[in-house]
Design a binder for this molecule. Sequence first.
Ligand code: AMP
Length: 372
Amino acid sequence: MPPALTRRLEPGDTIGILGGGQLGRMLSMAAARLGLKAHIFSPDKESPAFDVASSHTIADFDDEAALAHFADQVDVVTYEFENVPARTAAVLAEHGPVRPGPAALAACQDRLVEKEFLSSLGIKTAIYAGVDDAGALARAVAQIGRPAILKTRRFGYDGKGQLLIREGSDLATGFRSLGGVPSILEGVVAFSKEVSVVAARGTDGSFTAYDVCENIHVNHILSVSRAPAHITPDCAAEAVACTQRIADALDYVGVIAVELFVTEETRPGTPMRQTIRVNEIAPRVHNSGHWTLDGAVTSQFEQHIRAIAGWPLGATDRHGASVEMRNLIGDDVRAWPEILAEPGACLHLYGKTEARPGRKMGHVTRIIPRET
Ligand code: AMP
């Protein structure tokens, strides 16, 4: 299909997905439910998404011949991870639509570019400074103070590529320990909660958001998400409005997730006020949106498929009074028989054979009913 032709997909059409992990797997299942096919492109021959997709290609993301062949067999391309190489996206875009588009990838792959983009929209983040060498780190620490967090600009996830700079930390050693690569120093935000907004924007600019959810991390990995977050209505509205501003600025199509810190300001004589700072943008479906599979009218996976297919977005209403999603990480997955026996628990297993520590093996959702 020529790139200029941005037609609405029809049932029977094929969604191309870069990446074959659990997100690609759950996207494929949502596509199938809507009568669409999924074709997974992944370098990993053990990809969990292969089990549930109509077709797959095993090739590296820089294999341009394989990418071109893949692109010719699908009607739209999307991805389950943000580190899609720019060249990969460009090759695919020559053949058809890639959604979300290149602006979203460019803004979210590099923490410094991301912070500058957010600042250009007037959205608050942690204070930050770019750090290209040990000298720049010393200057950034003098400006931001300690403690501060040094993060690599690219390829960080689940706390990887991060270092806490405390009083007494040796800066040159710290910079080298992260590989001596371009980095960013961030001030530590004294947050009271971490929350995220999972939202979607359609090809027509329509926008819908789920309830803001509250996230608990253990060892830098998401452990539990609860919706709705216990934050003030004003704070929730601000979080959703800033997500919409981000999506509009990127002319975004698909599901987007924005991770935020909530901070509390108390001034004598005035009520406590919650404000937000954006930590990160994920240009994809997100772990903190898994609760929507069982807990919302339209899941985030279906919503993403609807958006990239040029279809109307679905309702985001929540079922129940609240919903809790708990990740099954590493050996947690051994509890699957007990979870199955628990009334009301919704179990999702990702089809991964080896339960390594820190590996997301599945999740369980529990819906707390409304009182009648
Ligand atoms: P990230 O990889 O940026 O999402 O960071 C992983 C986790 O580290 C976050 O979920 C926070 O718990 C913590 N963190 C990251 N950046 C900051 C910051 N600037 N201030 C306080 N905590 C942070």
